[in-house]
Ligand binder design. Structure first.
Ligand SMILES: CC(C)(COP(=O)(O)OP(=O)(O)OC[C@H]1O[C@@H](n2cnc3c(N)ncnc32)[C@H](O)[C@@H]1OP(=O)(O)O)[C@@H](O)C(=O)NCCC(=O)NCCS
Length: 160
């Protein structure tokens, strides 16, 4: 079996990252395909990056990615890492590519003295839930919430 290689993504790979990130959105029923190469370059690279992208290679081809950011675990007052996205191209699923990507993010979590690696998952995403269960992940009894659009603007406008 071919070895999986995981490494930081390069800005020149923004197009394939955008395509895979949009494919992941489609997979969970979000169909706007909001990612563009420009958005990936602006938000995933440079000193103002909002997330760090890693890619997985199999036989020299990019076949998967993760996005992650620094996080903080206030339950125990310690650093953590937040995983935004993980995706592997359908033809190479089941070959350990995601396991290698998660291992790389776990290694980065340990490197920054993080005590946990955390992420959200759509509750209908049965395949991902099974994948995470096999990693030893446990579900937190919390719900991720957010404000956006008009609710966000209204709240921001109330800032003292
Ligand atoms: C979920 C996903 C990331 C798994 O990627 P993958 O490269 O196929 O996973 P791996 O080959 O590394 O599998 C690791 C383990 O998880 C298991 N696993 C992976 N996907 C699974 C699935 N859909 N159902 C059951 N088990 C699964 C594998 O059998 C393997 O277990 P083992 O070590 O006991 O053999 C991939 O299917 C994917 O990209 N899905 C679409 C995007 C997505 O849902 N991302 C998660 C968003 S929260």
């Amino acid at each position: 079996m071919s070895a999986v290689r995981v490494r930081p993504a390069h800005p020149a790979e923004a197009a394939i990252l955008a395509e895979m990130a949009n494919d992941l959105n489609d997979h969970v029923g979000i169909h706007g395909r909001p990612f563009t190469p420009e958005r990936i370059r602006a938000d995933g690279f440079g000193p103002q990056a909002a997330f760090s992208p890693l890619v997985a290679e199999l036989d020299g081809a990019v076949v998967g990615y993760v996005f992650f950011s620094p996080g903080y675990n206030t339950d125990i007052a310690a650093r953590s890492v937040w995983l935004h996205d993980i995706f592997v191209a359908p033809p190479v699923r089941g070959r350990g590519v995601s396991y290698a990507l998660m291992a790389a993010v776990a290694a980065e979590t340990v490197r920054v003295s993080g005590v946990s690696l955390e992420w959200g998952v759509h509750t209908a995403n049965a395949g991902a839930l099974e994948f995470y269960r096999r990693l030893g992940a446990v579900a937190a009894e919390t719900r991720i919430m957010g404000v956006a659009g008009e609710s966000l603007r209204a709240l921001a406008a109330a800032a003292p």
